[in-house]
Design a binder for this molecule. Structure first.
Ligand SMILES: Nc1ncnc2c1ncn2[C@@H]1O[C@H](COP(=O)(O)OP(=O)(O)OP(=O)(O)O)[C@@H](O)[C@H]1O
Ligand SMILES: [Mg+2]
Length: 370
């Protein structure tokens, strides 16, 4: 909660008491008024100091303090400090670090040239638009362990100072949060209230829906209005929010395309979005298990970007192992990374090109070798 402001009252009391003490010599009165002004100024900035250490979203509360601040420490100084603090709140906690995101995608995400490019463009374009027409909706698809959750974390790290720990980043997992189909109606209203409450609290909220393909179609339908081109819904604007859907839907057709390129002796980096886009939407539409196909998310164009994640090869597993050693503070050891990668299972059985679990088990496997 935003602390209430006792300082206007305090200033009034101090000034009034100063006015009734005519017997006090001028120098004391000046000191008293000066102290009152300083104290008022301090208290007026107290919430700023509070929000310096505690995450905040928007600095609306400053408008309430403005008068006390200006009266307390003089119009010019007050205005300067107000402007400084006004600007220091949001950028401190929520602001895209586009360079940071690019560097992270280039250095930390392996084997995902298409996803990397789309995500950088989508997030940078959206965050630099002061007046987006709709929230940003990304749908990340691909084989297990290829980096979908990992990328969501990289986005969060470069938008929110607190990263995934930010109180403005929310993750839903179908099987954890919405396990019982019989409670669909309850889930629907809970989810709607949750989204509304969080966006009311912070327009720049981010919602990650994991295992989207296991989510009940009715539940996906219930969040549709928030993804659409509405100026406001019940007085709340959702246009600055980010929604990220994660699923394995379409993973098989993405893998098939990657395998076709591999068999044709073509470079993986030659795969382009257009090679996957149609396949992906067909696979998502036709997948009876996937909640997405039921809904009009796709045909109403509410998803801004379908982001394909390619299956990972041996060399990517090696990169993951090397990265994990660095994260743990070890000297990266190529022969250990090689051993780890050799221990991983690859498919298809004959060609053994792609890691069955992507880079998912590398972290725990590494324990055996270090
Ligand atoms: N492309 C990648 N580049 C770098 N690291 C990766 C990549 N893919 C996976 N990893 C590593 O493996 C871990 C597990 O990956 P992640 O959870 O992102 O997979 P996922 O695509 O969400 O899989 P699933 O579909 O099973 O949920 C990550 O935390 C990261 O350390
Ligand atoms: Mg995942």
């Amino acid at each position: 909660m935003v602390p209430k402001k006792p300082h206007a009252l305090l200033l009034w009391m101090l000034v009034c008491s100063g006015g009734s003490t005519e017997a006090i010599e001028p120098i004391s009165t000046s000191i008293a008024v000066g102290m009152a002004a300083a104290l008022t100024g301090f208290l007026a900035t107290y919430p700023n100091i509070f929000y310096y250490f505690n995450e905040c979203c928007r600095p609306e509360w400053i408008s309430l303090n403005k008068t006390a601040l200006v009266v307390g420490i003089g119009a010019t100084l007050g205005r300067t400090i107000y402007n400084y603090l006004h600007e220091s709140c949001e950028p401190k906690w929520i602001a895209l670090n586009a360079t940071g995101l690019k560097v992270d995608l280039d250095r930390k995400l392996f084997g995902q040239h298409i996803a990397s490019r789309i995500i950088l463009k989508a997030v940078s374009g959206f965050m630099s638009n002061d007046n987006p027409k709709k929230p940003l909706v990304l749908s990340l698809h691909g084989w297990t362990g290829t980096g979908k959750n990992f990328v969501s974390q990289l986005i969060a790290d470069n938008v929110y100072k607190e990263g995934m720990d930010s109180s403005f980043v929310h993750i839903f997992t179908s099987e954890l949060h919405f396990p019982h189909a019989s409670q669909l109606e309850t889930y629907k209203s809970q989810l709607q209230q949750w989204i509304k409450g969080n966006v009311t609290n912070c327009a720049h909220s981010m919602f990650i829906f994991d295992e989207m393909d296991k989510m009940h179609p009715g539940l996906i339908d219930s969040i549709k209005p928030y993804l659409d081109y509405y100026d406001k819904l019940d007085g709340v604007s959702y246009r600055k929010a980010i929604f990220i859907f994660l699923s394995n839907a379409g993973g098989e057709s993405i893998t098939q395309t990657a395998l076709d390129f591999w068999k044709a002796g073509r470079d993986r980096e030659e795969i382009e979005l257009r090679d996957l886009e149609t396949l992906l939407s067909l696979a998502v539409f036709n997948n009876k298990k996937s909640g997405l196909w039921h809904t009009s998310l796709i045909d109403k164009n509410l998803v801004d970007f379908f982001v394909p994640f390619l299956p990972l090869e041996y060399r990517h597993v090696v990169q993951c192992a090397m990265a994990e050693m660095i994260v743990r503070g070890h000297q990266p050891n190529p022969s250990v990374a090689d051993q780890v990668a050799r221990d991983v299972v690859y498919f298809p059985k004959t060609e053994r090109v792609f890691s069955v679990k992507g880079c998912k088990t590398i972290e725990s496997k590494l324990d055996y070798y270090l």
